[in-house]
Design a protein around this ligand. Sequence first.
Ligand code: NAD
Length: 310
Amino acid sequence: MKERTKVTIIGAGNVGASTAQRMVERGDVDVVLLDIVEGLPQGKALDIQESANILGFNSKITGTNNYADTADSDLVIITSGLARKPGMSRDDLLIANQKIVGEVVGNAAKQSPDSIIIVATNPVDAMVYLAVNVSKFPRNRVLGLSGVLDGSRFATFIVDELKVSIQDVSPCVMGEHGKSMVIIPRLTTVKGVPLTQLLTTERIKQLGERAVNGGAEIVGLLKTGSAFYAPSAAIAQMAESVILDKQRIMYCSARLDGEYGLSKVSLGMPVKLGVNGIEKVIEYNLTADEKTALANSAKAVQELIAVMKI
Ligand code: NAD
């Protein structure tokens, strides 16, 4: 009989712990939660485990500070690192998080050489690029959290505006998880109807800007941390497509090798997610303006990659 899928989550902070909770509540995966702080992952894991009798799940969750406990994971989710404080951009986290992500990916990849890695730590596109280099995994086995979250934020504002069901909104958000994010209204649909037919260009622009600044809006309100409920929901959905080999098309950060004429960069793309991680980067027929926006976004990420000197 096949053992249950083993998922390691590195970083037992807001995003990591909340992702761990979502994963074990599925009931069909076991989770190892690792953090550098002693007691933190053990305490959070025990607290989550003690909800099993109430919620009726059979999953096991273990907290640890030791990479040996992560050995042979199928999926490794990286959430360790600094989060933004009010007034900070994601790029301000680059050097500090480069050090953390470099170290944890090296350790995790050694223990789980066949795993798929999902990176959340910001600035995520640069961190995905780094994680491919450090793990030496083929690029299909490393992806990043971006457009699933950004699109869900955009969808929230579309629903408020149009008073439609959230289930009928299909957002299209590509490019950097940051200021140069590329929202494509033409390919964002409400039950198949392009957003461009439902709202004025000006109104779409306003809603899009709110989505681009969606993370900062929450940091500004929380003051002591950044978003984690929607991010963990996004990670869990990406993980599910991999674990169950669903082959869903989702917007995730992927290392490019010529797609859309871009390479030496990781960027938010429509990708098919299955048991091999990124099964395929889907290439849309973009307009000249959309292509330009994507190329500018790639340039912004490449500037960050250059700063990392890897
Ligand atoms: P947090 O501060 O709550 O948690 C971070 C955890 O990482 C802490 O528990 C810390 O002890 C741990 N950590 C630090 N260095 C470590 C190391 N070397 N090894 C193991 N653990 C280590 O932060 P958070 O809110 O959970 O956010 C985590 C990261 O995710 C941030 O970089 C944030 O910007 C990013 N994030 C990304 C997205 C996205 O869409 N890509 C969304 C939300 C958050």
